[in-house]
Design a protein around this ligand. Structure first.
Ligand code: MRU
Length: 384
């Protein structure tokens, strides 16, 4: 057996001890970013899609550039690109890439797009932005009578989806900033920032807008097991801009509420059902219950493309189940017996009754959500 003091040692079988040390075994060469700010999460560059590999953060700022739609689908599946709006944008660009690399004959090109769309749809089921962006891009190509026109239509739509998302996030930030107190601790879960969107972010966009109005928060970030989007991504994104950030293990949240360190919770969403139930990163529901128990407001920020009025309630939202290794291993090191069976839902559903406000670019929505969301669907902009 390895000695407890030597946590990197191996026995004859090659098994490593689980290190319960106060220090990390390796130092992560956390990337500083340039003075221009955060790098773009995704962009179209001369016929190719270039996106930030979020699995490499915070150790490295690494980009993947491709014109192969299959590579983009795989990047979505493996969370190199992640976050509901960002995967919708990536899917739209993947369809544009399929069009740009496809045959000239419009019928053959349409078949290629349909195959690519099916491949993309199969990657992740919960975030409705994915299916929404795919359908929107396909619809935009319907009238095209030549390969050239179809190509341009697909790319124009993907770029519009991207630009509209950035604009929506800024509007969400402006509206949502009113929800936050002037000072105090604000908890967020997972990453609903620039990385997860076309830019600026939803929940983090609200924090950004609040800050630019002079509000001052300590942003508490729960690590978001098992893939650590909070620990790896949200802390990195916020630290680049000088936010006061405190990372906590997921299990520490309840005691923070009990100590009255939190004035509000704000999270993003992967799908908002017609009755206001919200699917978001697993662990969100627990935080909403804690917030309710401690009288802390719990808010959701998301673009309108995350609202799915065709899904009546959270019970009908498909919840992605991911592989067992995400739970039985930690950073590639096995931490649970290989034979244990695992439950690994990537998302959970927070019932509407626990949500104080949902902010979209169409307005601040309050309970009863069914009526508020239906009204917003009819109007371009809603001010409540
Ligand atoms: O599995 P992920 O990292 O794609 O999950 C992302 C989330 O749960 C986000 O909170 C959500 O997509 C909103 S992003 C603006």
């Amino acid at each position: 057996m390895p000695s407890p003091a030597d946590s990197t040692s191996e026995d004859e079988s090659g098994a490593r001890a689980f290190p319960a040390t106060a220090e990390c075994l390796n130092s992560l060469p956390t990337e500083e970013i340039s003075a221009e700010g955060l790098p773009p999460t995704i962009e179209w560059r001369a016929g190719r899609v270039r996106f930030l590999d979020q699995t490499a953060l915070p150790g490295a700022v690494r980009f993947i550039e491709t014109n192969d739609p299959g590579t983009i689908a795989e990047a979505i599946r493996t969370l190199q690109v992640r976050g509901a709006p960002a995967i919708g944008i990536a899917a739209a660009y993947a369809l544009a890439a399929a069009a740009w690399t496809g045959p000239d004959d419009p019928a053959a090109l349409r078949r290629r797009l349909a195959e690519t769309a099916a491949q993309l749809r199969a990657t992740r089921p919960t975030a409705v932005n994915l299916a929404w962006a795919i359908e929107r891009t396909l619809r935009a190509t319907q009238e095209a009578r030549s390969g050239e026109v179809l190509r341009r239509a697909a790319l124009a739509e993907a770029e519009a989806i991207h630009a509209e998302d950035v604009a929506a996030n800024h509007r969400i930030g402006e509206l949502g900033a009113d929800l936050l107190p002037d000072r105090g601790g604000v908890l967020t879960h997972c990453n609903a920032g620039a990385l997860a969107t076309g830019g600026y972010g939803t929940a983090l966009g609200v924090l950004r807008a609040a800050r630019s109005r002079g509000k001052s928060h300590t942003v508490f970030v729960s690590e978001s097991r098992p893939l650590l989007q909070g620990a790896r991504l949200t802390t990195w994104e916020l630290l680049q801009e000088g936010f006061r950030v405190k990372l906590l293990s997921d299990a520490a949240a309840a005691s923070l509420f009990a100590r009255r360190e939190l004035a509000a919770v704000i999270v993003g969403a992967d799908r908002i059902a017609a009755n206001g139930d919200v699917a978001n990163k697993v662990g969100t529901y627990g935080l909403a219950l804690m917030a309710e128990a401690h009288g802390v407001p719990f808010h959701v920020a998301a673009p309108w493309s995350t609202v799915d009025l065709d899904t009546p309630s959270g019970a009908a939202i498909p919840i992605e189940q991911r592989g067992a290794a995400e739970v039985t291993c930690f950073a590639g090191i096995r931490t649970a017996p290989a034979e244990v069976s695992v439950e690994n839902p990537a998302f959970d559903v927070t019932p509407a009754r626990l949500v104080h406000a949902i902010v979209t670019e169409r307005g601040l929505h309050r309970a009863p959500y069914r009526a508020s969301l239906r009204a917003a669907a009819r109007e371009r902009t809603l001010h409540v």
